[in-house]
Design a protein around this ligand. Structure first.
Ligand code: CA
Length: 241
């Protein structure tokens, strides 16, 4: 099995380094980010299995990062680092969907044990997220390349399926037409970029109750398109695909 990739988001370098060393010693690959913004940028590129997230960060704080992760990357596990006296933050973090927490100062063995336990517990969901995606009443079976709505198969062309699967792989992230052309049609495609709009239009016709007021296949005006997983998945307990 590949060594799992973990991300540490912690602004205090000494602590980040200490955590990194201990997790690497336990066999993980580790990347670090010193702010929430930097961490989320890394998440979009690397998709770690788990994030060790400090709650007190400059700029975007850990709770905001947690909220964002749960909405847009529900398959990534989160272990929070909190300080003594931050009981309220801890409660908020768990409410927002963090999987566990460790209180500073901590024994590195305890942190490693928690990380391993959370990874074990969430592995089936992470694997499922690679094979299927659910949002609202839609179910994408990535292996069989099939989409169902309310349990009924919806016929998509291969390109429509690829476009939907690509957007669903990064729910909430806005992609420009050019990015979608590159990713789905390939960098050599030389046709009309408007083909993206045509495909989005067709997907809406096939998948949305009201294609004129889509719930999932959203337009970011002047920027591009994104897939909104829908509101229900945001709450604790129901957040994972
Ligand atoms: Ca901090």
């Amino acid at each position: 099995m590949d060594r799992e990739l973990l991300l540490i988001i912690e602004d205090e370098e000494a602590i980040a380094e200490f955590v990194r060393l201990n997790l690497e010693r336990a066999g993980f690959r580790v990347v670090c980010a010193a702010s929430g913004e930097e961490g989320l940028a890394l998440v979009r590129r690397e998709t770690p299995a788990l994030i060790v997230l400090d709650l007190r960060l400059p700029g975007m704080d850990g709770l905001e990062v947690c909220r964002h992760l749960r909405r847009f990357h529900p398959e990534i596990a989160v272990v929070m680092l909190t300080a003594r006296g931050q009981a309220l933050d801890r409660v908020r973090g768990l409410e927002l969907g963090a999987d566990d927490y460790v209180t500073k100062p901590f024994d590195p063995r305890e942190l490693v044990a928690r990380v391993q336990a959370v990874l074990r517990r969430t592995r089936p969901e992470r694997e499922a997220a690679r094979e299927e995606r659910r949002f609202g009443r839609l179910h994408l079976d990535l292996r069989r390349r099939r989409v169902r709505k309310d349990g009924r198969t919806v016929e998509l062309t291969p390109r429509e399926f690829e476009l939907l699967a690509f957007l669903a792989g990064r729910p909430g992230r806005v992609f420009s037409r050019d990015e979608l052309l590159d990713a789905v049609w390939g960098p050599d495609y030389e046709g009309d970029p408007k083909t993206v709009d045509v495909h989005i239009h067709r997907l809406r016709e096939k998948l949305e109750d009201d294609p004129a007021r889509p719930v999932h296949l959203q337009t970011a005006w002047g920027v591009g398109y994104y897939l909104d997983p829908g509101g229900e998945e945001g709450g604790p307990g129901s957040r994972r695909f």
